[in-house]
Write a protein that binds this ligand. Structure first.
Ligand SMILES: [Zn+2]
Length: 342
C-alpha cells in the first residue's frame, strides 16, 4: 500500500485524529471535494492505527512489522473496498461492455460479503484495531450499501470503518447517520499554489483555478489531457458557430466524465460572466467568455446546465456517448441569441 506523506493542509486535522484515536467511533466518513487528498489521508491514518509502536505524535513508526505489512499491501487487519478495476480482463469475451463498466465503477455486494471472514478473525496484534477502508463510498450500489448497513447496525468489535467520499449525498442516509463525519480541509489558494510549485508546476495558478482549487487534480491530470482541454476551449469559444460533429469526438477523447465536466466548468463560467462578469475555472479565457456571455440566452443556458448535470450522472453508463455529446454540443450552440428563432 503506497502511503504518501501527509499534505500540508491536512496536518492539523491529522493531529486532531491522532488525539482522538483512543475514542474513535465504529465508522468515520471522510467527505470533501475531489482532488484534496482524502484517500491518502485515510491511508496515513489507517497506517498509524495499525502501527504497533506509534511515535509520540501518534504517527506510524514506519518500521514495525505492522507498518511493513501495510506498506506491502498485505496487512491481515486491513481490508480495502474499492471498485474491482484490477480484476477486469479487458479481453474477456464473456463480459459485455456494460458489465465491464459496472464492475469498474461499483463496489459489489460480494466484496462486502467477503468481509464476513475478516470479521470472524481476531486482530493480529493484541488490543489492536481492524480497519475497513471504503473508497469511494459512493461506488456502493443498492445491494452492497444495504449489506454494509447491516454490518454497521451491529458492528463487529474493534473494527473501524473509514468511508471516503466526494459525493456524500449519494450515500444511504442510514449509512451516513451511523458515521462520524469529518470534513476534509481544502487548501487555500496560496498554500496550494506553493505546494504545486514545489512539485514542479510552472503554471500553477492557472491550472489550480481550472481544477476548482483541488491541487491533486492538477497533478493527476496528464499533460496531454490539459492540452486536449485547451483545444476544446478553443472550440467552445466559437459559441453558436461551434460544429458539434467535429467537437464531440475531441471531447470524447478525454473520456465521458471529463468531457462533461469540461462543459460544466465552461457553462458555469459563462453563467457567472453573464451575471457578475467573473469566471472561476477558465481564467485564461475570461475575455472570450465575457464576449460570449453578451449574446447568450440565460434561461436556455440554465436548461443546458441541468442537462449537463443529468448527463454527468449517467456518464459511467454504457450509452452512445458520441451521439449524446453531439446532442449536448448542438444544444450549446442553441443557447446563443444568434440561434434564437426571430
Ligand atoms: Zn509501525
Amino acid at each position: 500500500m503506497s502511503c504518501k506523506e501527509i499534505y500540508p493542509w491536512q496536518a492539523n486535522l491529522l493531529k486532531h485524529m491522532y488525539e482522538i484515536r483512543k475514542r474513535l467511533p465504529h465508522a468515520l466518513l471522510l467527505r470533501g471535494c475531489k482532488g484534496i487528498g482524502k484517500f491518502d489521508f485515510a491511508l496515513q491514518f489507517t497506517k498509524s492505527l495499525l502501527c504497533s509502536t506509534p511515535q509520540m505524535d501518534g504517527s506510524a513508526c514506519g518500521i514495525c512489522q505492522s507498518c511493513n505489512w501495510f506498506m506491502q499491501n498485505n496487512h491481515p487487519d486491513f481490508r480495502l473496498l474499492t471498485p474491482e478495476q484490477d480484476s477486469i480482463n479487458e479481453d474477456d469475451p464473456t463480459a459485455t461492455a456494460a458489465i465491464k463498466i459496472m464492475r469498474k465503477s461499483q463496489i459489489s455486494i460480494l466484496q462486502v460479503r467477503e468481509l464476513e471472514n475478516f470479521f470472524a478473525l481476531s486482530s493480529h496484534h493484541s488490543g489492536g484495531h481492524r480497519i475497513v477502508l471504503i473508497h469511494p463510498a459512493e461506488a456502493l450500489n443498492a445491494a452492497s450499501a444495504n449489506a454494509l448497513l447491516k454490518v454497521l447496525e451491529e458492528p463487529p468489535p474493534d473494527v473501524i470503518f473509514i468511508l471516503v467520499t466526494h459525493q456524500p449525498q449519494r450515500l444511504l442516509a442510514t449509512i451516513t447517520s451511523r458515521c462520524q463525519k469529518i470534513d476534509m480541509p481544502v487548501p487555500d489558494a496560496a498554500l496550494a499554489i506553493k505546494w504545486l510549485q514545489e512539485n514542479g508546476l510552472t503554471d500553477a495558478t492557472l491550472r489550480l483555478s481550472y481544477a476548482g482549487g483541488s491541487p491533486l487534480s492538477v497533478l493527476s491530470e496528464a499533460t496531454e489531457g490539459y492540452q486536449a482541454l485547451t483545444v476544446i476551449s478553443q472550440m467552445l469559444m466559437l459559441g453558436a458557430r461551434l460544429d458539434p460533429f467535429i467537437t464531440a469526438p475531441k471531447c470524447l477523447a478525454l473520456g465521458m466524465e471529463l468531457a462533461i465536466n469540461t462543459l460544466q466548468k465552461w457553462i458555469y463560467d459563462l453563467i457567472n460572466c453573464r451575471l457578475v462578469g467573473e469566471v472561476r475555472y477558465n481564467i485564461q479565457h475570461i475575455k472570450a467568455l465575457q464576449a460570449l456571455a453578451k449574446s447568450v440566452n440565460l434561461s436556455r443556458l440554465f436548461d443546458f446546465q441541468r442537462k449537463l448535470n443529468d448527463a454527468q450522472k449517467s456518464a459511467t453508463h454504457p450509452l452512445n456517448h458520441e451521439l449524446q455529446l453531439e446532442e449536448l454540443l448542438l444544444q450549446y450552440t442553441q443557447t446563443f441569441l444568434a440561434h434564437m428563432p426571430s
